[in-house]
Design a protein around this ligand. Structure first.
Ligand code: CTP
Ligand code: CA
Length: 229
């Protein structure tokens, strides 16, 4: 879609988008990370700005992406840093979209010196849960009427298919909208295109056909705008 063909329906609104992956440090040179490129979050930020919003983009680690024009960038490398940044910027926002891939766990200990190979069996890596930023936003939403959007990358398994897991996650998280992507070989991560479902807390379900991340971003904002207070 050409930017000048987009509606200006986010004029006067402030939206927060998180993007990219967090890194949880092990020692001064090593971390636990993930494959998120940040492209979907950056596309959401760019499209929101083109539709007239004031946009705060909270970025974890991403591919080498240009900051979209007119967007305020806040960097947050770890889950803890992202929680602080998202909470601060979400305080007065009309909508928050958590497109970031936040690490579920971090190492219990952060070694101040580089961990050495040693001679014996490696020491087991002890992990602790990170805060669930999305669940925290839903729990203590700073303003009633704020629209909160989550993302879920799912694979089917013995318990059920991608949609089954998406519906369960929407219920568990309690957010207004959940974007569900099927992941696996050549899907969602490190690719230009995305497909999936958009599930709403009010029961609405919409299939998101394969298309560019910019197009998917437009569909997501199309679902957010009528729900804004
Ligand atoms: N999320 C978050 N904080 C975390 C983990 C996830 O805010 N510590 C957000 C993500 O940004 C995403 C949504 O929660 O919008 C769903 O993430 P996902 O990893 O699918 O959910 P989990 O509850 O961690 O479930 P899973 O066990 O499938 O990883
Ligand atoms: Ca997770």
């Amino acid at each position: 879609e050409r930017p000048d063909a987009l509606p200006r329906d986010l004029e006067g609104r402030h939206v927060v988008v998180s993007a990219g992956g967090t890194r949880e440090n092990l020692d001064p040179v090593r971390y636990l990370g993930n494959r998120s490129s940040g492209r979907q979050g950056y596309a959401l930020a760019r499209v929101a700005a083109q539709r007239g919003a004031r946009v705060t983009l909270v970025a974890g680690h991403t591919a080498d992406l240009a900051t979209p024009a007119g967007v305020d960038l806040v960097t947050a490398g770890s889950a803890a840093a992202m929680e602080t940044a998202v909470r601060e910027s979400a305080a007065g926002a009309d909508a928050v979209v958590m497109a970031a891939a936040v690490a579920d766990f971090r190492p219990v200990d952060l070694a101040t010196d580089k961990i050495k190979r040693g001679g014996d069996e490696p020491a087991p890596l002890r992990l602790v849960q990170n805060p669930d930023i999305l669940a925290g936003l839903v729990r203590d939403t700073p303003r009633p009427g704020q629209v909160i959007v989550g993302f879920a990358a799912e694979t089917g398994d013995a318990e059920g298919d991608v949609l089954h897991h998406g519906r369960a996650k929407l219920t568990r998280k309690g957010c207004d909208l959940l974007v569900v992507n099927a992941v696996g070989e050549g899907k969602a991560f490190e690719t230009p295109d995305n497909a999936g479902w958009l599930l709403a807390r009010d029961g609405g379900e919409e299939e998101l056909p394969m298309g560019s991340k910019a197009l998917l971003a437009s569909r997501i904002w199309d679902a957010v705008t009528p729900r804004l207070a």
